[in-house]
Design a protein around this ligand. Structure first.
Ligand code: PBG
Length: 329
């Protein structure tokens, strides 16, 4: 690479004015780069603040219009639905996940009826909102059972897809679930349901506020280290992605976001597949709190989000996605 040399070369020349900086900018963010997570709650007329996530709310289904109208108006391509499940509906097997009248299913029906295909719907495939112990799979003698969990996840996937979910997002980290879910979808003639695999999901301390939001924090016994990845590992992430692509994933999620930009970049370079970054709840709350306390300037949010794009992410799941007009320049 010939780049010339000082003084004939002065990189500051193209930084001198804003118009020039805009012309040479390598990455940009627009609403099409975002997925908006939405927390659901039972009841009527509820817009319930979440203590550990300033600016984020749980919505009852009759209030979904507030956040969806805005998302569609602002050209957000997709929402991700997460239910706060009352502890009365939780059990060992998470069987509420298979109730066709559960909160997520009713929300899918409501959104599809009212908005058709104006916005995509993504749903988690995992049992943690529904299990009494807060784990993503079936717990027996202190172990999360892989194959038995997959059988339930397949049912959960088919149910959500049949009702109208566009993108299934298995976030459970069981081995082999993408292949089994893909096969079941094919068999049931749900050929066009996309699978966004949380192929690289680390056992992270940054999920705390999310677990408050869905009501699984108090429930959770122990940690998720026997199924979510060890954050010391890089090669293993590449293997996870290779496997999930082979098994039929359309897109790959890396989660959390900011501490894992190296992983996003490598996957993009190696696999040329759509990669999404999840700016998770702990990242959101840390950043929001620091901005609120004026420890850092609000522009730090844009800087943060841009780093995902620069690392190669096609899109970003972010709790800021409903307020981009305040964040993007
Ligand atoms: C559960 C799930 C989690 C998140 C998304 N799906 C939490 C977990 O694995 O414990 C975290 C999202 C966030 O922190 O914003 N399968």
């Amino acid at each position: 690479m010939i780049t010339g040399k000082y003084p004939s070369l002065r990189l500051r020349r193209s930084r001198k004015n804003s118009w020039s900086r805009r012309l040479v900018s390598e990455n940009n963010l627009s609403p099409s780069d975002f997925i908006l997570p939405i927390f659901l709650i039972e009841g009527k007329n509820k817009t319930q603040p979440i203590k550990s996530m300033p600016g984020v709310y749980r919505y009852s289904i009759d209030r979904l219009g507030i956040i969806l109208d805005r998302a569609i108006k602002n050209d957000i391509p997709m929402v991700a639905l997460f239910p706060y499940t009352s502890s009365k509906l939780k059990n060992d097997l998470g069987s509420e996940a298979l109730n066709e009248d559960n909160l997520v299913c009713r929300a899918i029906k409501y959104i599809k009826k009212r908005y058709k295909n104006k916005i995509g719907i993504m749903c988690d495939v995992a049992l943690d909102p529904y299990t009494i112990h807060g784990h993503d799979g079936i717990l027996k003698s202190n172990k999360i059972l892989n194959d038995e969990t997959i059988e339930i996840l397949i049912q959960q996937s088919l149910l959500q897809a049949q009702i109208g979910c566009d993108v299934l997002a298995p976030s459970d980290m069981m081995d082999g679930r993408i292949g089994r879910i893909r096969k079941a979808l094919e068999k049931e003639n749900l050929k066009n349901t996309q699978i966004l695999s949380y192929a690289v999901k680390y056992a992270s301390s940054f999920y705390g506020p999310f677990r408050d939001a869905v009501g699984s924090r108090v429930a959770l016994k122990g940690d998720k280290k026997t199924y979510q990845m060890d954050f010391r590992n890089y090669d293993e992430a590449i293997r996870e992605v290779a496997l999930d692509i082979k098994e039929g994933a359309d897109m790959i999620m890396v989660k959390p976001g900011l501490p894992y930009l190296d992983i996003i970049r490598s996957i993009k370079n190696k696999f040329k597949i759509p990669v999404f970054a999840y700016q998770v709840s702990g990242e959101y709350s840390m950043l929001s709190n620091a901005v609120e306390k004026k420890i850092i300037n609000k522009d730090a949010i844009f800087e943060n989000l841009m780093s995902f794009k620069r690392a190669g992410a096609n899109a970003i799941v972010s709790y800021y996605a409903d307020r981009l007009n305040e964040i993007l320049p």
